[in-house]
Design a protein around this ligand. Sequence first.
Ligand code: ADP
Ligand code: MG
Length: 332
Amino acid sequence: MKIAHIGEFGLIERISSFCKSSHKEGVVLHIGDDCAALKFNKPLVVVSTDLLIENVHFKRSWITPFQLGFKSLAVSISDIAAMGGTARFFLFSIALPSDYTVEDVSDLYAGAHTLAQKHSIEIIGGDTSASDSNVLFINGTILGEADEIVKRSGAHKGDKIYISGTPGDSSAGLFLLQKYGNQIDLIQGTAQVEKGKDFSNFIPLVNRHLMPEPRFVESCENITSMIDISDGLLQDLGHILDKSNVGATVYLDKIPLSQPLKSMAERFHKDPFQFALTGGEDYELLFTSPESTISGYHCIGEITKEGRTIIDSEGRALSFSEKGGYDHFRTR
Ligand code: ADP
Ligand code: MG
């Protein structure tokens, strides 16, 4: 159905029926007025906002509206998790191209709502506009709360560096989408891309790119600094090092690689560590702690006084400044 058929206010009405859920704790006033009114339980409110722009951050032909709605909330939850906070409320604004249908908008919100329900987050508003260009714009703003926050700036010499899961999967998935985007059947979970070439085993990589699940740490008690990996492991580690005024040594052998990433890299004659070190959008958490082991997380190196070193599998020390991750403003 065309949006013109029900108009902006008809659309907002549909959207708001989607947003309301059974756990409205803290929502004093919901969608429908000039503002929402909220109550928080903890002393600190943590806020973050993210833009997702068609053809810059995603291609509409590769990602379904449901996945896009899911992802836009996932990346926001990840920011709150990286501060050691709890996500509570989400504002979701959209500027719609003329060919976007009421069903597309419904699917977009269904995707966001599915993840919101899972994490007890309430979608409490947003803004709706037509997009003058033929481009879909999405803005997600998340509000969370915390007793204390974990900053990027708290890493100390001697701390260990931990990661919550396998990096590189998302960028490997993006590589496959760029190569075979239109031939991958995301709904069926198959990728019969050419005669005799079935890449269905690599679908988890594509899913990781399109529907990242946010990660969490159980307790922030002994965590000295934290960031979520959106730009690439090395680049995001670099942000911790810059803010904390320290260096790091990372051991290549200790970086966990997923089985799909290993077999995909082998199949395409790629270095899996290139994806793992520089690929963006994994939304794994990267943090430092004086603890020598933390169960459930992988220790990949340690904080040093200065320098940025990777020890490769042959024990050679490489400087990692030249391997920086994805940077929007750098010419490539
Ligand atoms: P205003 O003119 O003050 O911007 P709107 O008519 O745009 O008001 O919005 C009315 C209500 O609908 C507000 O509560 C707003 O948060 C909500 N709303 C508008 N667009 C969206 C959207 N895309 N998603 C969620 N809520 C929305
Ligand atoms: Mg408005």
